[in-house]
Design a protein around this ligand. Structure first.
Ligand code: SAH
Length: 235
């Protein structure tokens, strides 16, 4: 873990590394009782869960520096990337997932890792949260949740002015075209795109950052499920 983090330019202290690996242990243990992840052999899990989550760290920290608001991990699953980012920062955060069972597991992890004083977990859909916590987050992160245009639509109403959506993607196909259109409608600007190689040739990641600069041109959030089933695409 130490070496792999160094390879992507991240320096974790011993306590942080210990917590990152304990999270992984908890995930693997919980995975015997419920389906949280397909990747459980220790070496791949270190790279594909922990290191992969932390490719977001520099952009995440830069975004969090600008606001004193909590971050949101949208579709956290077993806590990725939200828990590794919590371990590597001092931020307050909220981890959400629409699946109640996953949030029950993640809540348990937060207590066991001693993160429950500043990180919360809630079983709620992004579209529902946007009705009660409008513009209350400084950063929205997400990994492997939905196409870019859908993530942009979810994130926009949740972000404060100048707040960032920070996401990583394996492959970007025609997704990007749609995402520009969605960004325009949602008042977001694409501000950076960076390619990162994972250690051991385990693939590359596109890191993308969008900032909320204007009010959306459409009323957000749309009804639950609309973003996913009727994404904002140019006709
Ligand atoms: N981010 C985790 C999990 C990815 S799987 C990881 O990288 O390992 C995608 C998760 O997003 C699922 O657990 C699913 O329940 C959740 N999800 C999908 N759409 C959602 C929405 N609209 N609101 C909240 N959670 C959502």
């Amino acid at each position: 873990l130490h070496q792999e983090l160094n390879q992507i330019g991240i320096n974790a202290d011993e306590r942080q590394e210990d917590l990152l690996l304990r999270h992984l242990d908890l995930v693997v243990e919980m995975n015997m009782h419920m389906n949280l992840t397909r990747i459980t052999d220790p070496e791949s899990a270190v790279t594909l869960h922990v290191v992969d989550s932390l490719t977001l760290l520099p952009s995440f920290l830069e975004s969090q520096k600008k606001t004193h608001l909590p971050y949101l991990d949208l579709g956290t699953g077993a806590g990725f990337p939200g828990i590794p980012l919590a371990i590597m920062s001092q931020s307050q955060g909220l981890l959400i997932d629409s699946t109640q069972k996953k949030i029950a597991a993640v809540s348990d992890f937060l207590v066991k890792l001693g993160l429950d004083d500043r990180i919360e977990a809630d079983a709620v859909r992004a579209e529902e949260l946007a009705l009660t916590k409008k513009r209350q987050f400084g950063t929205v992160v997400a990994r492997a949740v939905a196409p870019l245009s859908v993530l942009i639509e979810y994130a926009s109403p949740l972000l404060c002015r100048h707040g960032s959506l920070v996401v990583s993607k394996g492959q970007l196909s025609d997704e990007e075209d749609d995402s520009l259109y969605a960004a325009e409608l949602c008042g977001m600007d694409a501000v950076s795109r960076e390619t990162i190689e994972l250690p051991h040739d385990m693939g590359h990641r596109e890191l993308l950052v969008y900032i909320r600069e204007r009010n959306p041109q459409i009323k957000l959030p749309r009804r639950a499920g609309m973003a996913q089933h009727h994404p904002l695409t140019r006709k």
